[in-house]
Design a protein around this ligand. Structure first.
Ligand code: ASN
Length: 476
């Protein structure tokens, strides 16, 4: 068999119903059982092959996989943050040897797991597909075979460089999915974001939704902060409950509010308790209890939360919001204000920011500004000077310091803005172009200038988690 037509996949088997066995106390995980089952099923193992290898797909591609079984195998209700850090570390340790990773995980906390992994795996460039099932592989009637086969088919054949959740023929972005049914096979959904792919007669991928692979090396930024909480508001909630949840040592709370991010604004004691907590540096994030839609500030009852320092969770799911908050609070070098800003910024496709500029508008604005320059300029210097901002941003995007030096020597202004209001320093922060950023700063670039969206270069560095650049920009 041609080696080019074999994909190598590592399966991290952490537990969950998928590999469980019937015992006299109900389903329970059993060592070695899953591997033994897979080996005996022709869809999962072609006996003519030396190792665990699927038969060739319709396109002639086989998937050769290894299984790393965790000890102990866990029902996912027993998982904690450390278990997900271990999964992230195992992926990083085996990153170069495999084309893709599948994580077999229980369904009950799967949406927390996929959210946590999406944040911890910084600069992911390979697929990580988490799946499980409602009935075990060993049952005659089950959803495990279909979920395993779908996850393998996608992991082995498509380069979707994200942490995904595959269930019942749909591939979701991991930090957008939620468990919505305790017993149906169709157990997951993502109310605010369409599935990345659907598996039917054909595999149909929504490429326009798939994130681009990161260029920098993968690293794991572990979630270590555990002092976070989620609190679902309900009518008549006692203020003492709120007070207790917000007490030390809690550092961050996801407040699950009504509708478009609303909370009672006729109970000053509630707002007082929230204000006291935010004054102490507790980060409180407003997320809706609804399955679809987002936090908006068009009701007075929502605005009053913002007034006491509660930040908007936009359209984050409560699961993604909690894991993102724990993740950001785990970074020792982020200030509380920075944590709040990044909470409201899209870093892994987990939220939709309001008022994102439309690409066609950007392109049109650029073309029309170039046309204007050409029409009104009499000499080449004018054209050059007018194009410098765009050219500088392009040079920075490639970290081409020599081109930058030439332009600055030729009279280019280091704080000039392109058609999106971005300075070259914004671009340096976005692209992690350290040398360019250093050059620009020593030539008078201002890290506090804001672009059209009100973001500074420091905000961009925060969003990209370029921590070396961040300290350079802050001047420490
Ligand atoms: N309790 C199981 C788990 O989360 C449920 C499942 O996997 N279907 O591990």
């Amino acid at each position: 068999m041609d080696n080019d037509l074999i994909s190598h996949v590592l399966i991290l088997y952490t537990g969950g119903t998928i590999g469980m066995r019937i015992t006299d106390r109900g389903y329970a995980p059993a060592k070695g059982f899953l591997q033994q089952q897979l080996r005996s099923m022709p869809q999962f193992h072609d006996p003519s092959q030396p190792d665990l290898t699927t038969p060739p797909s319709r396109l002639g591609r086989r998937i050769r996989y290894q299984i790393k079984e965790y000890d102990p195998l866990l029902d996912s209700v027993n998982m904690e943050f450390e278990d997900w850090v271990q999964i992230a570390n195992d992926i990083a340790e085996n990153y170069d040897q495999f084309d893709a990773f599948i994580v077999l995980h229980g369904t009950d906390t799967m949406a927390y797991a996929t959210s946590a992994l999406s944040f911890m795996l910084v600069n992911l460039a390979k697929p990580v597909i988490v799946t499980g099932s409602q009935l075990p592989l060993g049952e005659v009637r089950n959803d495990a075979v279909e979920n395993m086969l779908g996850a393998l088919a996608i992991a082995g054949s498509y380069s979707i460089p994200e942490v995904c959740l595959f269930f019942r023929s749909k591939l979701f972005r991991g930090n957008r999915a939620r468990k919505v049914d305790a017993s149906a096979f169709d157990a997951f959904d993502s109310g605010n974001f369409a599935p990345l792919a659907r598996v039917g007669v054909d595999v149909s991928i929504q490429w326009s939704l798939v994130r681009l692979a990161a260029k920098n090396d993968l690293r794991v930024a572990p979630i270590i902060e555990k002092n976070v909480a989620a609190l679902r508001l309900f009518p008549g909630i006692p203020v003492a409950l709120l007070e207790n949840v917000l007490k030390e040592p809690i550092r961050g709370v996801i407040l699950e509010t009504f509708g478009a991010g609303n909370a009672p604004d006729n109970r000053p004691e509630i707002l007082r308790v929230l204000q006291e907590a935010t004054d102490r540096g507790v980060v409180i994030v407003n997320c809706t209890q609804c399955m679809r839609g987002r936090v908006k500030s068009h009701y007075a009852s929502g605005q009053s939360l913002a007034d006491v320092g509660v930040v908007s969770g936009h359209d984050l799911t409560p699961e993604a919001a909690l894991m993102k908050l724990a993740y950001l609070l785990s970074y020792a070098d982020l200030s509380i204000e920075e944590v709040k800003r990044v909470m409201q910024t899209n870093i892994r496709g987990e939220l939709t920011e309001e008022e994102q500029p439309h690409t066609s508008f950007r392109e049109r604005a650029f073309v029309s500004s170039v046309a204007q320059i050409l029409a009104s300029s009499r000499n080449i210097e004018d054209v050059e000077a007018a194009l410098y901002p765009v050219l500088m941003c392009a040079a920075v995007a490639n970290d081409d310091v020599e081109a930058l030096i030439r332009m600055v020597e030729g009279g280019a202004d280091v704080n000039a803005v392109d058609y999106e209001g971005r300075t070259p320093l914004h671009v340096a922060a976005m692209k992690n172009a350290f040398l360019s950023a250093k050059f620009l700063l020593t030539h008078g670039a201002d890290p506090l200038l804001t672009d059209r969206l009100g973001r500074t270069a420091i905000d961009e560095a925060l969003r990209m988690e370029s921590h070396s650049l961040l300290s350079l920009l802050r001047g420490r």
